[in-house]
Write a protein that binds this ligand. Structure first.
Ligand code: MF3
Ligand code: CO
Ligand code: CO
Length: 269
């Protein structure tokens, strides 16, 4: 007999305690990919070469890329440079000194999805680029700290928005975090802005991503003719950090922590 998946009153899937172990294994592989690639990000490297390193590492880990073949996407990573907000397509573009970039990788291990991204810098970034990256990193971590059973998804968005706007960064509205687990993109939509106490109730056993995109200029984005690449409309710099998390009775577990302690911006470690 097949039992129906448990859902919260808002229709958000609730996983069992034993499911956390699957998410830990998937999250660990993604974190190891993102740790590995840091040593290869430097001026002159092409994003296609970085993507190839990610793909080879995923396969050598016995995992599967979740993005290759996803809605026609053909790469193991999204690499989003400077004013690219997300879903940058790897290619022959070589990194230049001062470029900032997000690398986003999603893998499947035994049917469980792990999804994470971080910021990297090629050479020496500008002071304002570093401020944007730090704000995005701290914004994500404050969003994660807002996760607790009995709270609401609006608490996450409110924490991120309050912090980001207080640091004169804008929060992208057109892209959000998402439930994940045995599927890549599930409900709920995890907004990175909002009101304390708003949106769905948070319950122990929920798995989802938090992945704020912050801009130095205005929040509006547009998608380029390739159908994927999202950029800031005003061409201002954009940054993003993403973790996959699970709600516990105590609070929250991060599945995509770096075993090497490399998740935070390098100058904050
Ligand atoms: N990893 C992205 C996310 O955080 C989704 C990338 S889908 C792709 O949800 F097809 F663009 F790779
Ligand atoms: Co995601
Ligand atoms: Co992602």
């Amino acid at each position: 007999m097949k039992t129906e998946a448990a859902r919260s009153p808002d229709g958000v899937r609730i996983y069992a305690p034993e499911d956390f172990e699957g998410m830990r294994r998937a999250g660990r592989v993604v974190a190891e990919v993102l740790d590995m690639i840091e040593d290869h990000v430097r001026p002159g490297a092409t994003t296609a070469a970085l993507d190839k390193l990610c793909q080879d590492f995923v396969e050598a880990s016995g995992a599967t890329s979740a993005t290759i073949g996803y809605r026609g996407y053909q790469h193991a990573s999204c690499i989003s440079i400077n004013h690219v907000v997300c879903h940058g397509i790897p290619g022959e573009r070589a990194l230049k000194d001062g470029d900032i970039l997000n690398i986003d990788v999603t893998v499947i291990v035994d049917g469980w999805y792990g999804d994470s991204s971080r910021m990297y810098v090629a050479g020496e970034p500008s002071v304002k680029a570093k401020r944007l990256i730090e704000t995005t990193y701290h914004g994500l971590m404050l969003g994660i700290e807002a996760v607790k059973p009995g709270g609401h998804f609006g608490d996450i968005g409110a924490a991120i928005q309050h912090y980001a706007e207080g640091r004169r960064c804008s929060v992208v509205r057109e892209f959000c975090g998402h439930g994940l687990g045995r599927v890549f993109h599930d409900s709920p939509n995890v907004l990175h802005y909002g009101r304390q106490g708003g949106r769905e109730a948070i319950h122990s056993g929920m798995f989802f991503t938090i992945e704020p995109m912050l801009n130095l200029g205005r929040p509006e984005t547009k998608i380029l003719a390739d159908g994927w690449t999202a950029v800031t409309r005003d061409m201002s710099l954009s940054a993003q950090y993403e973790h996959s998390v699970g709600v516990t009775d105590q609070g929250v577990e991060i599945f995509t922590l770096s075993p090497a302690g490399r998740f935070a911006p390098p100058w904050l470690r």
